[in-house]
Design a protein around this ligand. Structure first.
Ligand SMILES: *Cc1c(COP(=O)(O)O)cnc(C)c1O
Length: 396
């Protein structure tokens, strides 16, 4: 018998089994259900982007790019940040390319959080945060986002709860806006409250801005680093997957002051070393040239949000309308259900639709027990089929 073969997985990763996204996608495939669980689009990104990638591969861009990323992409990211938000970044030392935002987040947390440090996160939270904080030996302190009835069910936080979550061991606050899964885009006031807490307690902010372009109803995304005193303490992360509907490309970047970027880079050079060079070149051009495509995509997604929200309401769910991202959270209690995991596990068989229970994205699971997330980044006919099935199965 080898030692530790019964449970060879390290202790700190034992709470993390198969993700709920994998489980729901598998259930969807087994039952032929419409998969509104995992958030990936079913249409392609801009043609010029796809063609450029193919061309670069054909023309021999197939060996290791420089560790920090292709200079063309680092410059394009810095120029894009400057153009849209007025942020100044040195492409050589303040932008670093990673294998998707996921690797950027992991490198940032592993490079900046000491074992025993506390990290404040807003829940429900994107699932990779909990896992990488655990890998770093960090301790999560969750601040709950709750629907505000006065604001049409928009999720927000209580600044007093944020302040109370911070203590002497707190090192970092992770801020995801536009927020997956609630669709909340933090306002200037909300960001100011976060910035105040960061400045008062000398904290690092790690911002996940992968949905920065996917905001609706004229809502604006403001990077936290644009607030007073925040540029020097914020490591920002974004990526190409959501912006250009190429979630398989896993090309992202971290941005911020050189010491923070260097911390992420020091870790990342031993995780993945580099990311795909041909894709980096293609993305560099798209960031500069495909702004119109992104605006069109945003408008299309806004329509899809409205389409799915209306359908979910017709099926009897309470819809908590998002301002951004691909996702809409629903409250299942008006239909007489109380456990989102139970409902999400039964929906593929019972209704032919897969969704994700939000509860798995909470540390305080009671806060999210009755919430289920649906993705609307699908073709209209796919959304319509899902809605017909849900109405037939639920609203009867
Ligand atoms: C999709 C997603 C990511 C991962 O982005 P990749 O570039 O695919 O690694 C990170 N954060 C959030 C909130 C996401 O929804």
């Amino acid at each position: 018998m080898l030692p530790g073969v019964d449970e060879p997985l390290v202790t700190r990763m034992r709470p993390f089994g198969e993700t709920i996204f994998a489980e729901m996608s598998r259930l969807a495939a087994e039952t032929g259900a419409v998969n509104l669980g995992q958030g990936f689009p079913d249409t392609d990104g801009p043609a010029s982007l796809l063609e450029a990638a193919a061309r670069h591969i054909r023309e021999g861009v197939n060996q290791y790019p420089p560790g920090p990323g292709r200079p063309e992409l680092r410059s394009a990211v810095a120029a894009d940040r400057k153009r849209r938000y007025g942020i100044d970044l040195d492409p050589a030392s303040e932008v670093y390319i990673t294998v998707g935002a996921t690797a950027g987040i992991a490198s940032g947390v592993l490079g900046l959080v000491e074992s025993g440090d506390e990290v404040v996160v807003f829940e429900p939270m994107y699932d990779s945060y909990a896992a990488v904080i655990a890998l770093a030996g960090g301790v999560r302190r969750a601040v709950t986002l709750r629907p505000d009835p006065e604001a049409g069910g928009r999720f927000t936080f209580d600044p007093a709860e944020l302040r109370a979550a911070v203590g002497p061991r707190t090192r970092m606050v992770v801020v995801n806006s536009p927020h997956n899964p609630t669709g909340t885009v933090f306002t200037r006031d909300e960001l100011s409250a976060i910035a105040q807490v960061c400045r008062d307690n000398d904290l690092i902010a790690l911002t996940d801005e992968v949905y920065e372009h996917l905001v609706y109803d004229g809502t604006e995304h403001h990077p936290l680093s644009t607030l007073p005193g925040m540029a020097e303490r914020t490591l920002a992360v974004s990526s190409v997957g959501k912006t250009f509907s190429v979630t398989a490309w896993k090309t992202g970047w971290v941005m911020g002051p050189e010491p923070l970027v260097r911390a992420a880079r020091t870790v990342n050079q031993f995780l993945t070393f580099t990311a795909n060079g041909a894709l980096q070149l293609a993305v560099a051009d798209a960031l500069r040239d495909e702004g119109e495509w992104v605006l069109g995509q945003r408008a299309a997604l806004e329509g899809k949000r409205d389409r799915l929200c209306a359908g979910l309401r017709a099926a009897g769910l309470e819809v908590l309308r998002p301002q951004g991202t691909y996702f809409v959270i629903t409250d299942i209690r008006p239909l007489g259900y109380s456990d989102g995991i139970e409902l999400a596990r039964s929906l593929p068989h019972a209704a032919g639709v897969a969704a994700v229970p939000a509860q798995v994205l909470y540390d305080n699971t009671d806060e999210g027990r009755h919430l289920v997330r649906f993705a609307f980044c699908k073709r209209d006919e796919v959304l319509d089929t899902a809605v017909e099935r849900l109405v037939a199965a639920l609203a009867g």
